[in-house]
Write a protein that binds this ligand. Structure first.
Ligand SMILES: Nc1ncnc2c1ncn2[C@@H]1O[C@H](COP(=O)(O)OP(=O)(O)OP(=O)(O)O)[C@@H](O)[C@H]1O
Ligand SMILES: [Mg+2]
Length: 433
């Protein structure tokens, strides 16, 4: 019935078949015997009443034998057809079980696994044979044992059961699954149950991604709303400051500072609007090597203050990419700012290297920004790049998220790798023009 327990034809069927064959043989033997006995008799006897009786008897025996033979042959044909139908249906069932991506187990009334399909190896790491006669509960996370026992009792009363639970992989890790128990009822008696287990790992990953992208778009909408609301009063403030500047006064120097600061806020808010509701980037063919010194220049005052040295290594050949140079600069600023903030206490070195590589399908340029700061613990690294995820008191937790979005809009990828105590490496790969 199952892949590793190929069942032979049932005993009753085999008995029936041998009985039929015997019946056919007996009939043939009877027919032959009748012929053998009567033919010599007929040749020796003269025609008379006895001969007539014998002839009648012979006719009767032969007819009877032929009838039994015919009946046997028909029965045999019918039986063969039934056998073929049973085999086809068994093969169909076996291929349904064998090719099923879900785990299909048959568990007996004592809770012991009697059969398992190959998916059990893919999902839980066990060879199907290794699980035979093993209690099913051994595959279940102990946290679910009580509930599972309750469900076992229910299924033994003939009720199907559906539940989300955690199973244990052979390597000890936990696997989130959806489990369905279906009672196997034969002649109104529950003879065990089928367990169908669907791995939810991929589904969970898709759900997480969905939640993440929903949060991303929510963050975008929120930022756009805030930026828009800040911009309106800002325009009014700038107007009044300009008005006050036109009439000379002792506050002139303050008004200049105020104008500068208001312009700064205006720039930031405009940038925020661009990121929150990304307009089509202004794409041009640009040598990426030109971006690096500009960014280093921009950040040099901050790096001097923080005791950080910026070291750049650029290739000799041009690294032309189709990009919006301002956006790429923004990404580099975000990443280098993170590195400088991470090394704020002791200072250190940030190396910026650029390297082109020719691939089979596309050529790329990789920009690597490495720091020798404290590194990012694994638990933090898993969340880095999620909107509003920050470990800094004054951080917004948007820097890496925005950067990744910009690079992806350029058909590139941004990877963050880190080792605690060694430093962090951000790799930006962009397609070459
Ligand atoms: N080079 C790095 N070294 C150590 N930790 C880092 C580094 N880069 C990023 N991180 C960690 O990743 C988190 C998220 O970084 P991200 O740039 O997205 O936000 P932020 O720097 O906290 O805030 P924002 O950039 O918006 O001001 C940081 O809070 C920090 O914990
Ligand atoms: Mg940051």
């Amino acid at each position: 019935m199952f892949p590793h327990r190929r069942t032979a034809a049932p005993r009753s069927n085999r008995l029936r078949s041998s009985r039929l064959s015997t019946a056919v043989l007996v009939c043939l033997a009877l027919g032959l015997a009748a012929l053998v006995v009567t033919i010599p008799l007929l040749s020796t006897l003269r025609m008379g009443p006895l001969r007539m009786d014998l002839l009648r008897l012979l006719a009767l025996i032969v007819t009877f034998a032929l009838l039994i033979l015919f009946w046997s042959l028909t029965e045999r044909k019918l039986w063969k057809r039934q056998q073929a139908a049973i085999q086809t249906s068994e093969q169909r069932y076996r291929s349904l079980v064998d090719n099923n991506e879900d785990i299909v187990l048959f568990v007996d009334t004592k809770g012991l696994i009697q059969s398992a399909n190959p998916s059990v190896e893919t999902i839980l790491g066990y060879a199907p044979e290794a699980l035979l006669q093993t209690p099913y509960w051994m595959l279940i996370d102990p946290a679910h044992h009580a509930d599972s026992h309750h469900r076992y009792l229910r299924v033994m009363q003939g009720e199907s059961q559906n539940v989300f639970l955690t199973l244990l992989h052979r390597n000890g890790s936990k696997v989130e699954v959806h489990e369905k128990k279906i009672p196997a009822i034969v002649n109104d008696v529950v003879t065990g149950f089928f367990v169908i287990v669907r791995d939810r790992t991929a589904q969970r990953a898709a759900e997480e991604l969905l939640i993440k992208s929903e949060r991303l778009s929510a963050a975008g909408d929120l930022a756009a709303g805030i930026a828009h609301e800040i911009r309106n009063p800002l325009t009014a403030l700038k107007g009044f400051v300009q008005l006050m500047q036109s009439s000379r006064s002792e506050y002139d120097q303050y008004l200049t500072i105020m104008t500068d600061e208001l312009n700064r806020i205006d720039t930031i808010v405009s940038e925020l609007l661009v990121f929150a509701k990304p307009a089509e980037p202004h794409l041009v063919r640009h040598d990426l090597r030109r971006v690096v010194p500009e960014v280093v220049e921009l950040l040099s005052p901050q790096s001097v203050l923080g005791g950080v040295t910026l070291q750049t290594t650029l290739p000799d050949d041009a690294a032309d990419v189709i990009c919006d140079p301002n956006r790429i600069k923004q990404v580099m600023v975000n990443v280098i700012k993170n590195a400088m903030e991470a090394m704020a206490e002791d200072g250190g070195q940030i190396s910026i290297t650029m390297q082109s590589a020719a691939g089979a399908n596309r050529s790329t340029v990789t920009l690597t920004i490495c720091d020798d700061g404290p590194g990012i613990p694994e638990a933090v690294l898993a969340h880095v790049g999620e909107p509003f995820y920050t470990t800094k008191a004054a951080g917004t937790g948007l820097g890496l998220m925005v950067s990744r979005k910009i690079i992806e809009a350029h058909n590139g990828v941004l990877h963050v790798t880190s080792r605690v105590g060694e430093g962090t490496q951000v790799e930006i790969v962009l397609p070459l023009a």
